[in-house]
Design a protein around this ligand. Structure first.
Ligand SMILES: [Zn+2]
Length: 381
């Protein structure tokens, strides 16, 4: 079964022949990731239609679609309409190519291991780019990653330092449950502690929903963009009286999310309502550190790297997150209500784990296993 990945097979040609192959293959995968990053959060198919220029909608010929090279030859402009093409495209292609090369240089000639890490690296990069822009990580990446991680582990026991495919698949499932479980716990506890920010405003205060922001008494203004990151984020105002331009509702709850404005049981398109006044004594604003997307994302990482790696990833990512958060607040670029997506920190920490020296990873695993035995004594340990 594992003959394809047998290092002896891969050693039949010079090592750096494969280095070139990994680099080129990485550039092609990077080109595909660009498509995924654009289309997945917009619920478009990543297979069809063929790549088009977003400006003139012209079909991009294959010779204008060669990773990195085409962008350079065309000097970053569409071949048809000369509209500029973002430099992010060649950068993502180059980053993926370098990532694949790094996997081969670090783990070759163990090709199965190198390829598995290439797949994980691709998932991490796509998730990061989408999370930064849209504050979500699509299921195609997280749930797809879980399946790839478990299947890959069964094929490549070296992923979990296991002797057999079965033992490796079991370790992968342990990683999936451990990683997803810990983050799920954090999300639940986080929701209890500070998931929703409930603010008492005093009696019969008027809150105004403007076009771009929520206006609170005392001239306070919070842009919707700072509160409604995800589709499920909702601002709730239990109102004594709601007034729109042509309508008035007594004792109705106002619920505003990205896609819907509910007043009592009546539903509106938020775009169609530019002004609304609510008399209330409190508001509830969503505020979450991590979401269910992060739970599934950590599950996928655990499926590839094992449960010990998810704990490392969690610790390092919260450290990076705290450091960056404090830095941004100190530099005055971040308000209390705005926040950064958490997925990229998890991804960065997972990359650090992959390229950490083998002795460090082994030591970390040994210590955690010992700790585990102290907590769970006897046969279960
Ligand atoms: Zn064009």
């Amino acid at each position: 079964m594992n003959n394809v990945f047998d290092p002896l097979v891969w050693e039949l040609v010079p090592f750096h022949f494969w280095s070139v192959v990994f680099f080129v293959f990485g550039a092609i995968v990077g080109s595909f990731l660009n498509v995924c990053v654009y289309r997945m959060p917009r619920d478009l198919s990543v297979i069809r239609p063929h790549s088009r220029c977003p400006h003139c909608e012209g079909r991009i010929a294959w010779r204008h679609n060669i990773p990195m090279i085409s962008w350079l030859v065309l000097r970053g402009k569409c071949a048809d309409c000369r509209h500029p093409i973002s430099f992010r495209y060649p950068v993502v292609e180059l980053a993926t190519a370098l990532g694949f090369l790094a996997c081969w240089l670090s783990f070759g000639p163990q090709a199965g291991l190198a390829l598995s890490y290439c797949i994980l690296l691709s998932l991490l990069l796509a998730a990061t780019l989408i999370d930064v822009e849209h504050f979500i990580i699509p299921d195609e990446i997280t749930v797809g990653g879980i399946f790839l991680g478990v299947a890959g582990s069964a094929l490549v026991p070296a992923l979990h330092g296991a002797e057999s495919g079965t033992a490796s698949a079991l370790a992968s499932l342990g990683g999936l449950l451990g990683g997803a479980g810990v983050v799920y716990l954090i999300v639940r506890v986080g929701k209890l502690l500070f998931g929703r920010l409930r603010e008492e405003l005093g009696e019969n205060v008027t809150v105004v929903f403007g076009e771009e922001a929520l206006h609170l008494p005392g001239g306070r203004e919070i842009p919707y963009g700072d509160m409604l990151y995800r589709k499920t984020d909702t601002i709730i105002v239990p109102a004594r009286k709601v007034e729109m331009i042509d309508r008035c509702y007594p004792n109705a709850e106002v619920r505003l999310s990205q896609e819907r404005l509910l007043i009592g049981s009546e539903s509106f398109d938020p775009e169609s309502v530019s002004y609304l006044e609510a008399v209330t004594d409190r508001i509830v604003i969503p505020r979450e550190a991590m979401g269910l997307g992060d739970v599934k994302f950590m599950g996928a990482i655990g499926a590839f790297l094992g449960w010990q790696a998810t704990l490392f990833s969690l610790m390092l990512s919260s450290f990076i997150g705290a450091l960056l958060g404090v830095g941004l607040i100190l530099s005055g670029r971040q308000e209390w209500s705005s926040r950064l997506p958490y997925g990229p920190y998890i991804a960065a920490a997972a990359v650090a784990w992959i390229f950490m020296p083998a002795e460090f990873r082994a030591g970390w695993n040994r210590n955690l296993d010992e700790l585990w035995r102290m907590i769970v004594p006897g046969e279960w340990g």
